[in-house]
Design a protein around this ligand. Structure first.
Ligand code: URA
Length: 209
């Protein structure tokens, strides 16, 4: 599928299966999400540009590679994006964070923003939108719209599970935003849940419902 990378590493797939299981505890679910997020982040950042800098080892001077340009921005969509943020920050501790609060109006089914706080210089940074479930695609589309309105130019999306419908709708709106996901599931159900999926990621992560 165009514009999508499935992170099919055995560790990711094993951990995802544990997350899907109905009887996985809140504690384990949260830990597994953090661990998978780190592994997905490793792939999302694979093409970051490097520059050669001069350093002194204890024995010699050398030219060595370091990340070039401004720090990355991770942009979790509240609330379940927060569950992936921690694992991603473990890998890229100097990243900046943009928080995006969106909910779906039950009457209109449109996304409504209730919180947005991002670094001022988004245009100069690569931005990674973080949301475990790319289901209908509406929230991810609204998040990228909002980040672009705030100046973001280079945007990518990290998730855990995607539906074929959500991916296709998302790329219909944002064809240039590459998506990394641990799996593409079968389909959406009538309530916008991913099948077979893992249920409501936010509820499972925080023990709510
Ligand atoms: N959000 C979730 O948490 N789960 C789904 O299956 C779809 C959207």
């Amino acid at each position: 599928m165009q514009g999508v990378t499935v992170v099919d590493h055995p560790l990711v797939q094993h951990k995802l299966t544990l997350m899907r299981k109905r009887d996985t505890s809140t504690k384990s679910f949260r830990e597994l999400l953090r661990e998978i997020a780190s592994l997905v982040c490793y792939e999302v950042t694979r093409d970051l540009p490097l520059e050669q800098v001069e350093i002194e080892t204890p024995l010699a001077t050398m030219q060595a590679p370091m990340l070039a340009g401004k720090k990355l921005v991770f942009a979790p969509i509240l609330r379940s994006g927060l569950g992936m943020l921690e694992g991603m920050l473990e890998l890229v501790p100097a990243a900046r964070v943009a928080h995006i609060g969106l909910y779906r109006d039950p009457a209109t089914l449109h996304c409504v923003e209730y919180y947005f706080k991002a670094p001022a210089d988004l245009a100069e940074r690569a931005v990674v939108v973080v949301d475990p479930m790319l289901a209908t695609g509406n929230t991810a589309i609204a998040a990228v719209d909002r980040l672009r309105e705030a100046g973001a130019k280079s945007v990518r999306l990290a998730c855990l599970l995607a539906s074929p419908e959500g991916l296709s709708k998302f790329h219909g709106h944002h064809p240039d935003v590459h998506v990394w996901t641990a799996a593409i599931d079968e389909r959406l159900n009538d309530h916008g849940y991913i099948l077979p999926g893992l249920g409501d990621a936010g509820d499972r992560m925080y023990g709510t419902r």
